[in-house]
Design a protein around this ligand. Structure first.
Ligand code: RIB
Length: 314
């Protein structure tokens, strides 16, 4: 087995304020504590995959600022290989401003991508050798779209399975999704990609079939408390969520996607991989912070041993 995962994606500093509730537009409310923690969908997924026990290489870009130093040091501390992380001269490191509602763990996020957008298609060439030994390559949409599409094409030429976490979908052309083996949006991203209304499992199935008709081989929809939906060809399977006490939903989707990638890399079935991913996502919701909440194998096993997570064909 080629036990390596490659992540091409964003690296951000998350500036997080806990709050009694999410403020309305124009409103000024008092926060309940500030934290600066490592984030970015790409880096979160890299750390999660590493914590779940695989070798991880990350291609990304940070600025030549103190935040960039902090984030590279953190990735190294987590055991992610950073030899392909670039430093850009004229950009600040990507920053996410996050408000987390104290009682529900619901969040709002504004990301200024900064140096993440300085990643170029030419930068992918350093991955040629790593793709030879990788089983899965993970992409998200917080770096330039052309890098993500070309990266997937390059990985697939080397026999690597490619997964696109379709968040955030701004600027992603529907026709480009066919370049990935698995596309995994949350319900908001699926709605934005397809123009469909997606609030429940039936609507998620309808919108996923629309993607399948447009050449996407497999769709895995992250549905939070509603679990996850797997659509392969015309076959749809819904897996229920594992009930947990929500603390912070930030990066739960990243834990899910990384666990899905790891399980696929280990040769597990798509159905078993979605159950594993559901458990990883559920764990992440119970801990504050993005990378701080990425689970270990034992954490995922702990969630799997609880009730929940049953799958049914629709
Ligand atoms: O998926 C969560 C991540 O989205 C946060 O860590 C933040 O950096 C944004 O990129």
């Amino acid at each position: 087995m080629r036990d390596v995962i490659v992540v091409v994606g964003s690296i951000n500093t998350d500036l997080v304020v806990k709050s009694e509730r999410i403020p309305k537009p124009g409103e000024n409310i008092c926060g309940k504590g500030f934290s600066m923690v490592p984030g970015g969908k790409g880096a979160n997924q890299a750390v999660a995959a590493r914590r779940l026990g695989t070798e991880v290489y990350m291609l990304g870009c940070v600025g030549r600022d103190l935040f960039g130093d902090f984030l590279i040091r953190n990735l190294e501390k987590c055991g992610v290989s950073t030899s392909f992380v670039k430093r850009a001269d004229d950009y600040f490191t990507g920053t996410a401003l996050i408000v987390v509602e104290e009682d529900t763990g619901i969040n709002t996020i504004v990301v200024d991508p900064g140096a993440n957008m300085a990643l170029k298609v030419e930068d992918l060439s350093v991955l040629q050798g790593v793709f030879e030994k990788a089983s899965v390559a993970l992409f998200q949409l917080e770096v330039p779209t052309e890098v993500v599409i070309e990266g997937s094409k390059m990985a697939k030429e080397k026999g690597v399975v490619t997964i696109l976490d379709a968040g955030p979908p701004r600027g992603m052309v529907l026709s480009a999704l066919e370049h990935f083996d698995i596309v995994s949006p949350n319900i908001h991203e699926l709605a934005s990609l397809t123009g469909f209304t997606v609030n429940n499992v039936d609507q998620a199935k309808e919108a996923s079939l629309f993607l399948i008709e447009r050449g996407v081989p497999k769709v895995v929809v992250k549905m939070g408390e509603q679990g996850a939906l797997l659509v392969e060809g015309q076959k749809a399977t819904h897996c229920a969520a594992f009930p947990v006490e929500a603390v912070d939903a930030t990066a739960a989707g990243d834990a899910f996607t990384a666990a899905l990638a790891l399980s696929v890399a280990q040769g597990k079935s798509m159905r078993d991989s979605v159950i594993y991913a559901n458990a990883a996502g559920a764990y992440a919701v119970t801990v504050f912070g993005a990378q701080l909440s990425m689970p270990t194998v034992e954490d995922v096993q702990g969630i799997l041993s609880r009730k929940g997570g049953e799958c049914f064909e629709l």
